[in-house]
Design a binder for this molecule. Structure first.
Ligand code: ZN
Length: 516
C-alpha cells in the first residue's frame, strides 16, 4: 500500500514536467492550440443544447439582450512581476463583445482582480494551478471567471503552444496573456467552449491529418473516438461536432497559414473536404475567423437558458455605452508640476462613467515596459506619488462602465516633474504654513505665515522652475506660535517660483506666482 502511494506521488510530481517538456519542443513550437478537452459531460451538454435549440427555435437571431457577467483575474508571479496591463483586458473584452454582438449577448465587466501566484501564472504544475484557480473562482461564483496567465498548458499535454482553455471541471476560462488584445479571437473561441461548443474538427484534436492520411490513404470512419464527419454532411448529426451547418474539418487549420484551405484532404469515402475557415471554433488564423454558424448560435442561446448558467447572468448598473473620450484638465499639456512626488491629475467628469482607468508612462507610446502606474479610480482625479524629479511623463484616461470596454482613451498629455518634494509639515512640527498673497505683482512683498509648536531655525530660498536659487535667506528663526516672515520679491521676473524652507528636520515648499 505504501509503495503504491509512493509511486503515485512520483507520477504526480513527474506529470507537469512531462507536460512542460512537450510544450518546449522547438519543432512544435510554431503551432498554436486550444487546450480545451471536450469531455463526455460537455458532449452531453452540447447534445442537450442542440435539442433545446431545435425545440425552442433558438437558432434565429432575434433574441433579447442577455447580459453575462465576466470577471478577470490578472496573474503575476509571487513577486508581482509578469502581469498583463489592464488596457489589454479592455481590448480583449471589446473584441469579445463585437464578436457576440449579433447574438445580442453582452459580456459586461464585473471586476478585474490581481492574483500573485507563480504556479498559476506559468502553469508549471497544472493541477496545482487549477486548484488555486478553483479557490479563487469559488470566491467569485457569480460570473464567468477568466484567468489571464503568462503561459499555460493543460494536463493532457499539448502538441503546441496553448493559447487558452475552458475547464469544464471548474467552469473557468484560462487565457494566455498574449491573446488578450483587439485582434485575437481566442477569448471568443474559449467562450464558445464555455457555452458547450466543440471544435468543428471534434475528435481530431492532437491528430495532424497530413502526417497520417492522404488521398491514397483516407482516414477511417472514426478518429479520436468520434465518427468522422463526411464531406457531404450525410452523417452530420452524429459525427464531428454534431452541427449540420458546419463543414467537415479534420483539424485542417492546424499550421495552415492562409484563409483558403486547398491541401487535398479527403474523407473516409475519398471525397474532398472543404472546411469552413471562418468559424471562431476552428483552428484557422484569427484573421480568417468572423462567425459562429446559425446552429452554433442556437446551442449558445440554449446553454444560456439552462439553470446551470443562471450564475453568470446579471444586470449591469448601466447599459448606456460611453463613446466619448475623457478630457484631461490638469496638469496642462507640457506643464511642470509644483512637486515631483505629489502630482494631482484632473479630468472632466463623464456622464455614465462609473470608473476611470489611468495610465502614467515614460513613453508617449504607453509601452508596457515603461509603465509607471495604471490604476482604476471612481472619481475624476488622482494623486500620483511615485514619480521622480525632473522627469517627463505621459498620462491618459479611459472612462468606462460595465458595458463600455470599447471606449477610447483620452488624448495623451505630457508633464514634467519639478525638483521639489512635497511639504513635510509633520516632521517640522508646523501646524500651518501659507504664503500671502501667493499671486503677487513684481517687486511687492509676500508674507510667509508660519504657525509652529516649537522654535524652528530655517533657511528660506526662492527657486525658479529650472531649480536655480534666486534668493537665499539664512538663519530665519520662528519661535513657537504664529509668525510672519516678510519676503521681498524685487529683482524676480514674472513667473512661477517655489518658496523653499529648509530646517534640520526637513523642508517645506510653497508655490509663488509673480505677475507683471
Ligand atoms: Zn478550442
Amino acid at each position: 500500500m505504501k509503495q503504491t502511494f509512493n509511486i503515485l506521488v512520483v507520477l504526480m510530481l513527474c506529470l507537469p514536467i512531462f507536460v512542460s517538456a512537450q510544450n518546449d519542443e522547438p519543432v512544435k513550437a510554431e503551432k498554436q492550440v486550444c487546450g480545451t478537452e471536450f469531455t463526455p459531460a460537455m458532449e452531453a451538454r452540447l447534445l442537450q443544447n442542440i435539442a433545446t435549440a431545435k425545440r425552442m427555435n433558438l437558432s434565429n437571431e432575434s433574441r433579447t439582450t442577455t447580459y453575462v457577467k465576466m470577471k478577470f483575474h490578472l496573474l503575476a508571479n509571487n513577486d508581482g512581476t509578469g502581469r498583463i496591463s489592464k488596457s489589454k483586458i479592455f481590448e480583449a473584452l471589446c473584441r469579445l463583445n463585437q464578436n457576440y454582438a449579433d447574438q445580442n449577448i453582452v459580456f459586461y465587466l464585473a471586476g478585474m482582480y490581481d492574483m500573485n501566484n507563480t504556479v498559476v501564472n506559468t502553469h508549471s504544475n497544472v493541477s496545482a494551478a487549477q486548484f488555486q484557480m478553483s479557490i479563487r473562482k469559488n470566491q467569485h461564483n457569480d460570473a464567468i471567471n477568466v484567468f489571464v496567465c503568462n503561459s499555460i498548458s493543460t494536463s493532457s499535454g499539448s502538441p503546441g503552444i496553448t493559447l487558452g482553455y475552458y475547464s469544464p471541471t471548474y467552469d473557468i476560462l484560462v487565457m494566455r496573456a498574449n491573446q488578450m488584445n483587439s485582434t485575437s479571437a481566442t477569448l471568443t473561441h474559449e467562450a464558445g467552449h464555455f457555452f458547450s461548443l466543440p471544435h468543428p474538427f471534434n475528435g481530431w484534436e492532437g491528430t495532424d491529418y497530413h502526417a497520417n492520411f492522404s488521398a491514397s490513404n483516407p482516414p477511417p470512419a472514426s478518429v479520436g473516438g468520434n465518427l468522422v464527419e463526411l464531406a457531404d454532411g450525410s452523417n452530420c448529426s452524429t459525427a464531428g461536432d454534431y452541427f449540420c451547418d458546419t463543414e467537415a474539418d479534420y483539424n485542417l487549420g492546424f499550421g495552415w497559414t492562409t484563409c483558403n484551405y486547398n491541401n487535398g484532404a479527403v474523407d473516409p469515402t475519398g471525397a474532398l473536404v472543404d472546411p469552413d475557415e471562418t468559424l471562431y471554433m476552428g483552428y484557422f488564423s484569427d484573421v480568417c475567423q468572423n462567425k459562429f454558424s446559425t446552429d452554433q448560435k442556437g446551442a449558445i442561446a440554449a446553454d444560456l437558458t439552462h439553470f446551470s448558467r443562471n450564475y453568470v447572468k446579471g444586470t449591469p448598473n448601466s447599459t448606456v455605452q460611453i463613446t466619448t473620450a475623457a478630457n484631461l484638465t490638469a496638469p496642462g499639456n507640457n506643464a511642470t508640476t509644483q512637486f515631483f512626488d505629489e502630482v494631482y491629475l484632473n479630468w472632466d467628469d463623464m456622464p455614465n462613467a462609473t470608473q476611470y482607468y489611468i495610465e502614467i508612462n515614460r513613453s508617449p507610446q504607453f509601452t508596457s515596459q515603461l509603465m509607471i502606474d495604471e490604476v482604476l479610480v471612481t472619481n475624476s482625479n488622482y494623486v500620483v506619488t511615485n514619480l521622480t524629479a525632473n522627469t517627463d511623463y505621459y498620462w491618459r484616461v479611459k472612462a468606462f462602465n460595465e458595458v463600455s470596454a470599447c471606449n477610447s482613451f483620452s488624448t495623451a498629455s505630457k508633464f514634467t516633474t519639478s525638483s521639489f518634494p512635497v511639504s513635510t509639515k509633520e516632521a517640522l512640527a508646523i501646524t500651518t504654513i501659507s504664503l500671502r498673497p501667493n499671486v503677487t505683482e513684481k517687486g511687492q512683498f509676500v508674507n510667509l505665515n508660519v504657525q509652529t509648536e516649537s522654535k524652528i531655525d530655517a533657511t528660506i530660498r526662492i527657486v525658479n522652475v529650472n531649480g536655480q536659487v534666486m534668493k537665499n535667506i539664512e538663519n530665519v528663526t520662528f519661535q513657537a506660535g504664529t509668525h510672519i516672515h516678510q519676503i521681498e520679491t524685487a529683482g524676480l521676473a514674472p513667473g512661477v517660483y517655489i518658496v523653499n524652507m529648509q530646517t534640520v528636520n526637513g523642508q517645506i515648499n510653497e508655490r509663488l506666482l509673480i505677475t507683471n
